[in-house]
Design a protein around this ligand. Structure first.
Ligand SMILES: NC(=O)c1ccc[n+]([C@@H]2O[C@H](COP(=O)([O-])OP(=O)(O)OC[C@H]3O[C@@H](n4cnc5c(N)ncnc54)[C@H](OP(=O)(O)O)[C@@H]3O)[C@@H](O)[C@H]2O)c1
Length: 254
């Protein structure tokens, strides 16, 4: 087997169907394009229909607009997600919010909104897609963790709780489903410029502070996520499960 064929066999996503939540913006939008570029058919999910539809032009990508904070019936959502290309066997849970409230300003409603979208929705969407993955005999689930899965940042109480939870949810998904061929892992990004991190990148001193905290000396660019995304979505990751891979320029290492 030649090297291109070998690499292709390991990492090609041809014939796979991926769901990416949070695909209207930032990391989810970028990852939807990466999976499509690696050969997957991609179902892009978020609330902003126009932004999803602008992605559709980029490849075999279908838009399924949905407010994931108010899903009543996850099985009905799973049926909608299977409509464009058949049962998904890759899921990236990238939809998320960070309200950056000081502890004294957090209300039960804002706490619940953060924990629900960032932690509960990834579980319920994944669980609803598991039967389809089992029928296909394999699945790759990728959750999006954070530096705040490991350490606290100012105004990060609810967000950090949700991201601490997502690392444990990832292990629990692996424990529950990996015997049946579904691997579940998480990517913990460092600081990447998106709508979510506009308050960081809009503040030169803060942005520089975070860049200086990495081993590499800069904040992330979305393309820095490409290799890990394709790897964890691919059959090359068949024996990797329950892991959190930090793509953070060494922020957590130093
Ligand atoms: N950027 C970073 O440096 C960084 C670092 C660590 C972790 N993360 C994580 O990476 C993930 C993506 O964040 P990002 O930085 O790319 O932020 P972003 O650009 O703000 O994207 C967030 C995405 O979530 C979607 N979303 C929000 N509420 C939703 C809802 N109710 N229903 C459906 N979709 C919803 C948004 O789409 P609509 O508004 O169209 O619904 C958008 O597509 C998040 O889990 C975040 O915590 C980001």
């Amino acid at each position: 087997m030649g090297s291109a064929e070998f690499i292709g066999t390991l990492f090609s996503l041809e014939g796979r169907v991926a769901v990416v939540t949070g695909a209207s913006s930032g990391i989810g939008r970028h990852m939807a394009g990466v999976l499509s570029g690696a050969g997957a058919k991609v179902v892009a999910v978020a609330r902003r229909k126009d932004r999803l539809e602008s992605l559709v032009d980029e490849g075999q990508i279908a838009a399924v607009p949905a407010d994931l904070s108010s899903v009543g019936d996850y099985d009905a959502l799973a049926a909608d997600l299977a409509e464009p290309f058949g049962a998904p066997d890759i899921l990236i849970n990238a939809a998320g919010v960070n309200f950056r409230e000081p502890a004294d300003d957090i209300t039960p409603e804002s706490w619940q909104a953060t924990l629900h979208l960032n932690l509960s929705v990834p579980f319920f969407v994944a669980r609803a897609l598991v039967p389809g993955m089992l029928e296909k005999g394999a699945g790759n689930i990728i959750n999006i963790a954070s530096l705040q899965s490991y350490r606290a940042f100012e105004k990060g109480m609810a967000y950090g709780a949700s991201k601490g939870g997502i690392t444990q949810l990832t292990r629990a998904m692996a424990q529950a489903w990996s015997k049946d061929g579904i691997v579940a892992n998480a990517i913990a990004p460092g600081f990447f410029p998106t709508e979510l991190t506009a308050p960081v990148f809009g503040d030169d001193a803060l942005s520089r502070h975070h860049a200086d905290a990495t081993a590499i000396g800069r904040n992330g660019e979305l393309t820095d996520l490409d290799g890990t995304t394709v790897f964890l979505a691919s059959r090359g990751a068949a024996y990797v499960t329950g892991q959190v891979v930090a793509v953070d320029g060494g922020y957590l290492a130093t």
